[in-house]
Design a binder for this molecule. Structure first.
Ligand SMILES: [Zn+2]
Length: 467
């Protein structure tokens, strides 16, 4: 081989290496809501799914309902518990579809009281799953669409840092976000994919969508696909809870009925669909399966980057919302803390929509200085943002305070009151009926208060970034 030829081949090889590093990875989180505690055949379905995945060399995430774990324990199904235990274990509520469902219980409660109620009702099931599986569940996701923003605070207290589910209450660009102090994999749009067990969407069409996502992520620094099933789906043609608890119904245990089963041949076909989907994903270069636990390692920590005050203040005068920079992402709360010169820490959003009653166009420096001291003390004491701040006996809403402070930092001198503009509200659903639609919720359930509280916690929202 001539020297020139060798040199050209070397360049080509180095280019290939460089390109393969530049190609973004497609991560796939594959999760199973393990919840049917009525029909024992779903225990076998969970066992089969877990063993199939183990044979394929793939780790899934099994979000287990408290009563399901207790039922497996009562039925002596150590085989199921051990097979699932080879994968990642999450938590999927204590009773799932027994009323009041989480959103029904929390709909009229504020942030703090709701968090207390969520923890009171959900911690026992969380601990049961932990005790029975011998591990602390690493993620949570609500039953059906029964989501509530107060759960975030409670989950952090319980040591959970990943919210893994599908929902439309909040989201940003169909990828994970940090919200309420948790890594949220939630509203994933076209990146929530699954091979339909009943072939309503032909599997070849799903493969095409999957391949499109992989090539999109390859060229855009990587991303996440979320895929979920329920073990019960492989052996039933209807959901166990729809057969018993539809439209908010309550039914005594002795009256519970079994959901309609698939034939053994049909169930076998369904297990085959999952296997084909996983094998297809595995066959593509640049695709990697991850568990809920892995997510905390592949995403960068939410600690905000150091950014000069002028950049942050200028951003807030345009829009009070999160900011993405090459060095990292800052939530609106991160930015406000930075402007107030409070050391980096996680704070919750306000508990209510505050209002501005202060009517003057300027604030005396001495009065604003007292306001600043008061706000800092509130945040450092409560670890959350105030709904409104006081200027004497009058108030500024939090957004007006933030915009006023930002302007002052950019333009020292007389303190002009600025009415701020919130920029993150578009990340939240305004359709309470649609967002909470679930056959188990009472008819007409539309908890506007939960979406209002969700938007207030939008101060904590920012995109999550792959390391
Ligand atoms: Zn569920």
């Amino acid at each position: 081989m001539s020297g020139t030829r060798f040199f050209l081949l070397l360049i080509a090889f180095l280019l290939c290496v460089a390109l393969s590093h530049a190609q973004g990875t497609t991560y796939v989180v594959l999760w199973f809501d393990t919840e049917d505690y009525i029909d024992p055949i779903s225990d076998d379905a969970a066992l089969r799914v877990a063993n199939d995945l183990t044979a394929l060399g793939v780790h899934g995430t099994f979000k287990v309902v408290g009563e399901k774990a207790r039922t497996l324990d009562r039925r002596g199904r150590r085989d199921v518990i051990e097979a699932l235990g080879r994968h990642c274990i999450g938590y999927h509520s204590n009773w799932h579809s027994i009323q009041p469902a989480p959103a029904v219980r929390l709909q009229h409660l504020g942030l703090m009281e709701g968090a207390g109620e969520f923890e009171r009702c959900e911690r026992p099931g969380f601990e049961d799953v932990g005790r029975i599986f011998g591990v602390t569940p690493v993620c949570y996701g609500q039953p059906g669409s029964s989501w509530a923003p107060q759960s975030n605070l409670a989950l952090r207290r319980m040591g959970v840092h990943v919210y893994l589910d599908a929902g439309t209450q909040l989201g940003y660009r169909d990828q994970p976000v940090w919200y309420g102090g948790l890594l949220y994999v939630f509203n994933m749009g076209p990146y929530q994919l699954r091979a339909d067990l009943d072939n309503h969407t032909p599997i070849q069409e799903t493969f095409r969508q999957f391949d499109d996502a992989v090539s999109h992520f390859a060229g855009s620094g990587g991303g996440l696909i979320s895929t979920f099933y329920h073990p019960t789906e492989f052996v039933h043609t209807e959901f166990w809870d729809a057969a018993n608890f539809a439209h908010g119904a309550t039914r005594e245990r002795k009256e519970w009925v079994l959901p309609k089963r698939r034939s053994p041949e049909d169930a076998e076909r369904c297990f085959g669909v999952l296997k084909a989907y996983v094998q297809h994903a595995k066959s593509l270069p640049g695709v990697q399966f991850v568990t809920a636990d892995d997510l905390l390692r592949i995403y960068a920590t939410p600690i905000p980057p150091a950014v000069d005050t002028a950049t942050l203040a200028r951003h807030f005068t345009e829009s009070v919302t999160f900011l993405s920079l090459p060095s990292g992402d800052l939530s609106a709360a991160d930015i406000l803390l930075e402007l107030l010169n409070i050391p980096v820490r996680y704070v919750d959003g306000p508990t209510a929509a505050g209002i501005t009653t202060y009517q003057e166009t300027t604030i005396p420096a001495v009065a604003f200085d007292s306001t600043l001291q008061d706000v800092k003390s509130f945040i450092e004491t409560n670890h959350r943002l105030p709904s409104e701040v006081f200027v004497g006996s009058k108030t500024l809403s939090l957004v007006d305070f933030a915009a006023t402070l930002a302007r002052l930092l950019l333009t020292p001198g007389p303190i002009q009151v600025v009415h701020g503009k919130l920029g993150f509200e578009g990340c939240f659903s305004t359709d309470s009926k649609g967002a909470f639609n679930w056959p188990i919720h009472p008819d007409g359930f539309a908890p506007d208060e939960l979406l209002e509280l969700a938007r207030l916690q939008g101060w904590t929202l920012k995109p999550a970034r792959l390391r």
